[in-house]
Write a protein that binds this ligand. Structure first.
Ligand code: FRU
Length: 485
């Protein structure tokens, strides 16, 4: 079947399926497909003044299946317009799936580089993967190029996991990194180089697990930030260790020095990028304001996904600006354009001392909240915020001052099995919390991006309000403002 017919079929299916969706958990201001399954963000790029985001998509079912690329675009990173499905699998180069990849501007044309997935024996999950290119003249319709696959097979010492190309240009040369593993299942990222985006030369290994970082690294990204180089990876198979690596798979980074002449990347240790339950396969791009913007998949493989019963599944996180903090720690903050979502502002209090609890009754489902606690002269052992339902439901964000531990507990909000995530903050006189709540998600940004926690939540009750609380003492609230979005 022709690609165009496959795309038309997918669009017809989506338009029917979108009319049958149960909206109870549909997000109000996050990227989702019109219906059915999505996972990783792909091909993030600002092109001709518009932001384009693609995503892994199965338009025919609420479960993962033969991967297509869905597509949205925006002028402001806030209001997204749905475009037709960009890539449908089924050609010789991508028989069983168009897997993750990236987008570049090549000679003024929006160009996608992606992985073709091919089953050898589907039952046994035996497959091979290759790398392909599709080009658009109009930014919406994509044509796969005749040279595909542009990389037919991995290097000799590689396993069959060979996917998720991230491509960028440095000086006049194109570079591509791929998620990969060795023949004996050690996760790594490998590097290629090209002068024309069609013919690729294998350079070598950019970074590899020391044995503690899993059997496969998915969805790599590599960029310069503040004079340092950052490698983002989504490793599979890292063992849980205390409060670390609690999700099935992780997304995190290595920071170091890189030399294009020698391909040597000297880096520090692996750090998780977000400490919530649902953050994976993050990708970034540079925009014309010089911002490095990250978007992740706001779910986790094999977790409970109650929206499947509603005819859709999967969403992307809010766009976040990534900056370099002290000690090579990455900071993430929501893009400032999100202020466009604000409808009514409620300044609940400034410089008020609270002891015990303070409840602001708020019925709204879509909210942005900012609260700053003065930790200098407090007698409290812990402080925090609860997003409460009218009965038992609540998501609780707690900061324990003596351990500097921040906890997000969603076990009473749809995550009964494994509801708690913790992270340790650097010492500070203040705890400033910036929270975005959508119908089935919470994204927490703390102390100017020092920690972020992203989780899906599945409320069943009507909302009662937002409660600020202290335990064993009082605390001054410097700011408490919320916006209905
Ligand atoms: C990451 C991932 C990628 C792959 C895609 C398939 O979540 O497994 O490695 O390209 O999803 O949908």
């Amino acid at each position: 079947m022709l690609t165009t017919t496959r795309i038309q079929n997918a669009e017809e299916k989506l338009s029917k399926a979108s009319q049958e969706i149960n909206n109870r958990y549909r997000l109000g201001y996050h990227i989702m497909a019109p219906a059915n399954w999505i996972n990783d963000p792909n091909g993030l790029i600002q092109f001709n003044g518009e932001y384009h985001v693609f995503y892994q998509h199965h338009p025919y079912d609420e479960n993962w299946g033969p991967m297509h690329w869905g597509h949205v675009k925006s002028k402001d990173l806030v209001h997204w317009e749905h475009c037709r499905v960009a890539l449908a699998p089924g050609d010789a180069c991508d028989k069983d799936g168009c897997f993750s990849g990236s987008g570049v501007d090549h000679d003024g044309k929006l160009t996608l580089i992606y992985t073709g997935h091919h089953y050898i024996d589907k039952e046994k999950d035996l497959f091979y993967q290759n790398q392909n290119i599709a080009v658009s003249q109009d930014g919406v319709t994509f044509e796969k190029v005749g040279e595909n696959p542009v990389i037919a097979e991995p290097p000799a010492d590689s396993s069959h996991h060979f996917r998720d190309p991230k491509v960028w240009k440095h000086d006049d040369t194109w570079y591509m990194i791929l998620g990969n593993s060795t023949k004996d299942d050690v996760g790594r990222v490998i590097l290629y180089r090209s002068s024309d985006l069609r013919n690729w030369e294998y350079i070598g290994v950019l970074a590899q697990s020391d044995g503690t970082l899993g059997y496969m690294w998915e969805c790599p990204d590599f960029f310069e930030l503040d004079g340092k180089y950052v490698l983002l990876i989504s490793p599979q198979g890292i063992e849980e260790k205390g409060d670390l690596y609690k999700n099935l798979f992780q997304t995190g980074y290595l920071v170091g020095e890189y030399d294009y002449n020698t391909n040597k990347f000297e880096h520090g240790s692996f750090t998780e990028l977000d400490n919530g339950h649902d953050f994976y396969a993050v990708q970034t791009f540079l925009d014309d304001k010089g911002r490095r913007i990250a978007i992740g998949w706001m779910d986790m493989w094999e977790s409970d996904m109650p929206t499947k019963a509603d005819g859709w599944c999967g969403a992307l996180t809010l766009p976040r600006v990534v900056t370099m903090g002290s000690n090579n720690k990455l900071l993430m903050n929501p893009v400032e354009e999100l202020a466009l979502l604000r409808e009514t502002e409620h300044e609940v209090s400034t410089n008020q001392i609270i002891s015990g609890s303070y409840l602001a009754e708020i019925k709204e489902e879509l909210l942005e909240i900012k609260a700053t606690f003065d930790l200098k002269n407090t007698s409290a052992q812990s402080v925090g915020i609860k997003i409460r339902g009218i009965e038992q439901e609540e998501a609780v964000l707690t900061y324990q001052l003596d351990h500097q531990k921040l906890t997000l507990d969603c076990s009473k909000l749809g995550k009964e099995k494994d509801g708690v995530r913790n992270t340790i903050l650097e010492e500070s006189d203040q705890l400033s919390v910036h929270v975005f709540i959508d119908r089935s998600s919470i994204e927490v940004f703390v102390n100017n991006g020092q920690a972020t926690m992203t989780s899906r939540i599945y409320p069943r009750e009507e909302r009662l309000g937002i409660e600020l609380f202290t335990e064993n003492g009082d605390v001054k609230i410097e700011e408490f403002t919320y916006w209905k979005l």
